[in-house]
Design a protein around this ligand. Sequence first.
Ligand SMILES: [Zn+2]
Length: 282
Amino acid sequence: MPELPEVEITARRLDRALAGANVESALAPGMVTMKTFDPPLDALAGGTVAGVGRAGKMLVVRVDELAVLVHLMSAGRLQLWDKRASLRDKASRLLIRIDGGRELRLREFGTQQRAWAKLLPAGEVEADESVATLGPDAYPAPPVEELERILDEPRHLHPLLRDQRAIAGIGRSWVDEILWTARLSPFQRASELEPQQVEAIHDACDSILGAALDHYEQVIGDTVPDKLPMPLQVHRRAGDACPRCGTRIEAIHFKDYVMCYCPEEQTGGRVLKDRRLSKLLK
Ligand SMILES: [Zn+2]
């Protein structure tokens, strides 16, 4: 599930490999992938890649005066391949063929088609609804005063920090790491935070997301793998000992994600009700 550090390293690697390259052709095998039709995808043919960047959890591939805005959703990957995809590859959603036989390929795992792309005039990316509604990037963290305003909402921290309109780039993995680092409960009401707790979230965004990016810069070569080596300490670590205090990491299972936390340091020693477990016990 790519979040800010994963999308950022993807953008950096693609930018390094593609800036200045020429686009030969483009096609979209994913029937519902393209959310725009004007300009047509063919308009990319013959263009030169100006660069690859990131907007929140989205990628922006600029080709001359055009830009392809890509949202990977939960199972998409945008990768550069040396060879062209077989047209029978059911995971292919969007193929941008580069001179010399390479191919920038949006693939998606699983049967659902949720990843999407838009082809826009480059100058219209900022104004696109998906970009214009983003909050400030979580990394580098916004200034503490700005974060204070963002968090002044009567909502639980876990969903608020994952709300891209409030703050951009955090998803279900890194939110657990940030809250654990800041020693805050996922169910803490944001508007009731003390100033030093807001500061702790600010510092955790910088340290955790920054360390993830540094890690990726070290271990990821030219090709970003399907599964990134995420340096997680609590997320998906239920049952392990908390790396800081040794308490057993607990988890709460929701329909499509898991929330992990250290009860000792985040919830005042309380193990919160696991909805899945309580359902089973009914
Ligand atoms: Zn702990």
